[in-house]
Design a protein around this ligand. Structure first.
Ligand code: FES
Ligand code: FES
Length: 167
């Protein structure tokens, strides 16, 4: 980490398998850095209070609200954003099951689903519902989202081969 005289700090973040050098203030959130400095806009800004999950990314493979995470706290930790899952089987299942309406919540759900498939590929309905509870869909397409998640888990072998993000 290199400090300079303007109270900003240059840090390196590992995002989707690539190293990005960014200049941050100590209070800058990971969400702000992703969107405003790096142009990675899949993580969405909504409540900015930890309530909706629209800003979800994976940090060390754990679903994380990037609106509540300081960028400087994520140095040396692999960060995964939904951009790394473009064209993946998991995205295809969300499309096939019509699990998107306005799409604002979708990147967060997709990353949460990816983490679930990685950690609990055998998850039943109860576990799926509990896991997805951290994300809100204002269009209330929960049934379709649940169907997409179930389809991803059922295709776990395909998913393991093709759905992993770069990090
Ligand atoms: S914007 Fe981060 S939880 Fe809502
Ligand atoms: S699809 Fe619109 S908020 Fe979920």
């Amino acid at each position: 980490m290199i400090s300079n005289s303007t109270s900003k700090t240059v840090i390196k973040l590992n995002i989707n398998g690539e190293t990005h050098e960014v200049m941050v203030r100590s209070a800058d959130t990971l969400l702000w850095i992703l969107r405003e400095q790096l142009g990675l806009t899949a993580a969405k800004r909504a409540c900015e209070n930890g309530d909706c999950g629209a800003c979800t990314v994976l940090v060390n493979r754990e679903p994380t609200h990037s609106c509540l995470s300081l960028a400087i706290e994520t140095i040396n930790q692999p960060i995964t954003t939904a951009e790394s899952l473009i064209g993946s089987p998991i995205q295809n299942q969300f499309v096939d099951k019509w699990a998107i309406q306005c799409g604002y919540c979708t990147p967060g759900f997709i990353l949460n689903c990816h983490a679930l498939a990685t950690k609990h590929p055998e998850a039943d309905d109860e576990v799926i519902e509990e896991w997805m509870r951290s994300n809100l869909c204002r269009c209330t397409g929960y049934q379709e989202i649940k169907e997409a998640v179930k389809a991803v888990l059922q295709e776990s072998e395909i998913y393991k081969d093709k759905g992993k993000p770069a990090s």
